[in-house]
Design a protein around this ligand. Structure first.
Ligand SMILES: Cc1cc2nc3c(=O)[nH]c(=O)nc-3n(C[C@H](O)[C@H](O)[C@H](O)COP(=O)(O)O)c2cc1C
Length: 196
């Protein structure tokens, strides 16, 4: 959408420097780490995803962005259902398994967790700090990814602190100070993963 005040910009042009700057900028945006799952006629799949976002609470709706090269994309669209499991800080190994880079065991292996089902049949991870059971209501292709929009038909929460991803590393929430410390008082960050 464009009004008279908006300059005309050719959005089809993205050079490498813009792309790299975008990726670098996004690496500074900390997110929760979620495990998206699906099950049905197209099979059972899981994928570590940081692109989950709330769309609206009226009615409860969320979105995830899934790379179209990953089998999860076709499976969600074919099964018509998916679940989003927000991982707990000590479930980092699940994130690594479903990102295809397990420290031990096999990539994308559901043996690496305990699961239960609710309405849709998409696997819910025991111990996740929040889960959202979803029916797919829309899927839009944008570049390399599909935006899958889900109507939430079930939600639950469990105790624990969420797993966070930022600066290409896993971490967890820390209590924010009530007063602003000087830069000398700030502890060194504990980013220990080189890249993803
Ligand atoms: C913290 C984290 C967040 C991720 N978020 C997404 C995401 O939002 N969407 C997506 O399609 N892949 C995401 N990925 C990547 C997939 O989990 C997986 O690693 C990737 O699809 C594997 O691709 P490959 O088989 O080409 O190595 C994320 C990975 C990590 C570690």
């Amino acid at each position: 959408m464009r009004d008279e005040a908006t300059p005309i910009i050719d959005t089809s042009i993205t050079d490498d420097s813009q792309r790299l700057a975008f990726i670098d900028g996004m690496s500074r945006v900390a997110t929760s780490v979620t495990l998206v799952t699906t099950d049905g006629p197209a099979g059972r799949f899981g994928l570590t995803v940081s692109s989950m976002a709330s769309v609206t609470a009226d009615p409860p709706t969320l979105l995830v962005c899934v790379n179209r090269r990953n089998p999860m994309d076709a499976a969600i669209r074919s099964n018509g259902v998916f679940a989003v499991n927000a991982l707990r800080a000590d479930q980092r190994w699940v994130a690594e398994t479903f990102a295809g880079r397990p420290r031990k065991g096999n990539p994308y292996d559901f043996q690496s967790g305990s699961w239960r089902l609710e309405n849709t049949g998409a696997p819910l991870l025991i111990g996740a700090v929040a889960w959202f059971d979803c029916v797919l209501i829309a899927a839009h292709h944008v570049g390399t990814h599909t935006i899958a929009i889900g109507r939430v038909v079930g939600t639950g929460v469990e105790a624990g602190t969420p797993l966070i991803y930022g600066r290409r590393s896993f971490g967890e929430l820390v209590q924010l100070p009530t007063s602003s410390p000087t830069s000398q008082e700030l502890p060194d960050p504990v980013w220990d993963e080189p890249d993803w």
